[in-house]
Structures are given as C-alpha cells and as structure tokens.
Design a protein around this ligand. Structure first.
Ligand code: NAD
Length: 458
C-alpha cells in the first residue's frame, strides 16, 4: 500500500515558500551535483548491471549532461527568474507590463529505463530550478539505477521537497490519481496517452517526452565513410535503445552498396567482429525486450548480424536490407540494435515513405546539398534533428528538446526546461494618473470614437 502522506507534506512545504528562494534552489542543485560526483562509481556500477553500459558511455550519456545542466543553471538562474518587462500597449496606457515566472507547485516525474539516471534527474534539475517540489517515479525495469537514485535523493533532500517512489505501473497509476500541479512523463506513446488521460481529470498541465520511428536520410552527395561512422555511433550507443536513435535508413540507390560496406567496417572497428565480447557494447534491458527484437527479424533479409542470446539479453548489431514495410519491424519503433535500410530513387520516394508514419521525435539527413536538406526539413514535421550527424541535438542545452504530434508535447533542457516547469504569469500594473473614459458604459454615441481611437492605436 502506498502511503500518500508525502503529498500533503510536499504541499505544505511548497506553500510555506521553502522552494522559492533562488539561493536555496542553487544550493539544492549544488548538493545534487556533488552527490553525483561522490557516487560516480556506484552510478557506473548500477548502469553496468542494468544495461551493461561502459563507464565511458555512462559518463557521456547519463552524467555529463546533468552536470552541464546544473552548471548552466547556476550561472543563469538569477537572470532567468527575474520579472521580464515587456512593452506596454497604448490601449492600456499608462501601465507597466511584465512577466513573472512562478513555480507550478507539486510536480511528478515518471521516467523510463533506457537512460535511467539521466532521464529521471534532468527534469528534476529543471523542476528544482523553477522552484517546485518533486516526486520521481523511476522505471522498475532498471532496478539497480532506480534504487540508487532513491538512495542519493533521500540522502540529500527531505521528502517534503524531493522524494523518489519506486514501483511499477500500479504505483504510477496510484500517483496519477493525485492532484499534481505539473506532470512530466518520458516513455512510450501508449503510456503517454494514459498519462494525458489521467492528467485531464484535473486539467493538470503535462509534458510528454515520447518516441517514434526516426528516419535517417542519406543523399548520394555525402562523405560515405564519415556518414557510416556517425550513424553507427548514433544507432548502437546503448544498443539502439535511445528515443532519438535513427530508426531506419533511407539511402540513395547509387551509394547503398558502398554505404553498407562502410557500415559493416565501422561496426567491426567500434565493437570488433564478435560484438558479444566487446566491453563497449550494451545489452538489451531484459529478456522480454530481447525476444521482442528477435521476433522483428522474422522473414527479413539480414545482411549483417542477427546473432542473439536471450538468456544473456544480447542481440548483435544487425542490418536488414529492404525490409517489408508491413512488418512489425517497420510498423513499430524498433528501440534496439536493428538497422533497416530502404533505398530511394527520387525525392518523392522519401516523402511518400516518411508521411506513412506519425511525426517522429528526430530526423537526420546526411547531405552536402543545402537544397536537398532544406527541402526535407521544411516539408517534414519532427521534434528536432541534425544535418550530417546523429543525436547531438540532445547535447545542446540552448536547444529545446521535445517531440511534436505523437512523439510528444512540451520541450525542456536549459532555459526551456526552467520555463516549462514555471507558469509564465503576465501582470499589467496600471497607473492612476490618467483614465480615458471611452471604454466605460453607457456606450451610446461612442462607437465612432472607439473605432477612431483603435485605428490610431493599431
Ligand atoms: P514505458 O512507457 O513503458 O514506461 C515509462 C514509465 O511509465 C515507467 O516508469 C513505467 O513504470 C511507467 N508506466 C508504465 N505503464 C504505466 C501505466 N499504465 N500508467 C502509468 N505509468 C506507467 O516506456 P519505457 O519502456 O520505459 O521506455 C521506452 C519508451 O520511452 C520508448 O518508446 C522511447 O522512445 C521512449 N523514450 C522517450 C524519450 C524522450 O525523451 N522523448 C526518452 C527515452 C525514452
């Protein structure tokens, strides 16, 4: 049974004003930062147990981004949180107009297993920066990391301020029955819909960071070797279990053969000929997901890899040629180390294919032709993307990160994250020394002068 006392306590803590001081918000983030440093080896160990991540990959994709986010917030929070003067209108003259950023209050973060440390703590950092209290419900499928997150958080924060609650979907369901001031969810589209429905009960604002099938388009006008290198990195980091990993390739026919050769060379350069022996190649999160991915290979033309061991949660980097578009592999988000390759002859083939799918979270294009990539980025809607590389959009905290359509709503990172967890409250402070009487009833005979006045003001 979930004891819900914490909720009343967090409400009281928030209402008492404890979370509001900018100095205290920064101190809280400093505590989190130094605790991440102190626990670095335990974080590595937990991620190794959950996903067999190498320390290098764990640092790059789970720790570094948190530290740089905290560093940025420490530098900028004073500026971001100041009331922002905006120009007044002549219609409200005389007045001072400004925007206040106020914390929402009690916030809930529900996170997934694929980057279990980073995706639980990055929204926490934004929410603390904005002055909220936070409850985190991390994923049950990455138990070692989730347990460590709970320990780290309970050692540095009172539960009235930040609390971690472990558990599965049943626990999440119970939490969603409460009246939160903001809900931030990262996970699958299907669960995202459940979250949005639960939030609608109290009209709670919600951010949904979801997934989808991310296309990667490769023009003939590209450096094939470099393309292969950047692509293999983006696809096989975390064994493809990344929401913004390239899901499938659409390659210009004339370079396909050459690209495949380079992709294979690059896989073997990065992870060796037998990737099961590589220290750097992660595992699938659990046997059920390994089985799900293996089933996706049925009846497909495997041109590289396909080796697997369900007990060891292993699936080697795998390349599929000309996948069946009606198959499971091409109808669902892959979220694993399988790379299907489709060829195109002309631009129309690309649009026809991409428009079959919901709006993706990411889109990648490799091309030296600005006409080629601009045509695509201007015609296709997607969360965010990169030209001539993969995944690096996530690393720039000056760029908001989020989806569109089925890949999500709302965007965070850096100032966007701070704003996301803040209500932007517009205030007009009216002066009393002048009072133009046109707007007051009775209106008889005033319409003409109203129109004249508005023509003048606009
Ligand atoms: P998931 O949706 O199964 O689970 C995410 C969280 O929701 C977990 O904490 C889980 O306990 C909880 N949950 C599960 N069922 C629930 C329910 N019925 N009610 C309430 N909560 C419930 O996702 P996952 O398998 O952990 O993660 C993989 C998915 O997440 C992929 O689709 C991936 O693309 C997406 N993802 C998106 C981003 C992003 O930033 N946009 C990042 C990582 C992963």
């Amino acid at each position: 049974m979930l004891n819900l006392d914490f909720f009343t306590k967090q409400k009281a803590y928030f209402l008492s004003g404890n979370t509001r001081s900018i100095k205290k918000r920064i101190q809280a983030l400093e505590k989190l930062d130094s605790s991440i440093t102190t626990n670095e080896s335990r974080i590595f160990e937990a991620l190794k147990k959950d996903l067999n991540k190498s320390n290098f990959e764990s640092y790059l994709t789970e720790i570094a981004i948190l530290k740089s986010e905290i560093k940025l917030i420490k530098k900028k929070l004073n500026k971001w949180s100041k009331p922002k003067r905006v120009k007044s209108t002549l219609a409200s003259f005389p007045s001072k107009d400004y925007l206040l950023l106020e914390p929402y209050g009690i916030t809930l973060i529900i996170s997934p297993w694929n980057y279990p440390f980073q995706l639980a703590l990055l929204p926490l950092i934004s929410s603390i920066a904005a002055g909220n209290t936070v409850v985190i419900k991390p994923s049950e499928h990455s138990p070692n990391t989730s347990k460590l997150i709970k320990e780290i958080i309970s050692n540095i924060f009172v539960e009235d301020y930040v609390k971690v609650i472990l558990g599965d979907s049943k626990v999440a369901t119970k939490l969603l029955e409460l009246r939160w001031d903001y809900i931030f969810f990262t996970g699958s589209v299907n669960v995202g819909k459940i979250i949005a429905k639960a939030a609608s009960k109290f009209l709670t604002p919600v951010t949904l960071e979801l997934g989808g099938k991310n296309p990667c388009i490769i023009d003939k006008n590209t450096d094939v070797k470099l393309t292969a290198k950047r692509l293999i990195w983006g696809k096989f980091v975390n064994a493809g279990q990344t929401c913004i990993a390239p899901d499938y390739l659409i390659v210009e026919k004339s370079i396909k053969k050459n690209l495949i050769e380079e992709l294979i060379l690059e896989i073997e350069r990065a992870y060796g000929k037998n990737q099961e022996n590589s220290e750097d190649y992660p595992r699938i999160i659990n046997q059920q997901n390994t089985q799900r991915l293996i089933s996706m290979l049925n009846d497909q033309e495997i041109i590289y890899g396909g080796n697997h061991n369900v007990d060891k949660k292993y699936l080697s980097p795998t390349i599929i040629n000309n996948p069946d578009l009606k198959s499971d592999l091409m109808r669902n988000e892959i979220f694993g180390p399988i790379l299907p390759i489709i060829e195109f002859n002309n631009r129309e083939d690309i649009f026809k294919l991409i428009y079959n799918y919901e709006k993706p979270l990411a889109l990648y294009i490799f091309s030296k032709s600005s006409e080629f990539y601009n045509d695509i980025i201007n015609k296709v809607s997607f969360g965010g993307g990169v030209i001539n590389d993969t995944m690096i959009q996530f690393g720039n905290h000056r760029l908001p990160f989020g989806g569109v359509g089925e890949s999500g709503m709302g965007a965070y990172h850096g100032e966007s994250g701070f704003k996301l967890f803040s209500h932007q409250k517009p205030i007009v402070k009216k002066g009393n020394w002048l009072d133009i009487s046109t707007r007051y009833a009775p209106y008889e005979g005033k319409l003409k002068s109203l129109k004249k006045l508005l023509r003048f003001l606009n």
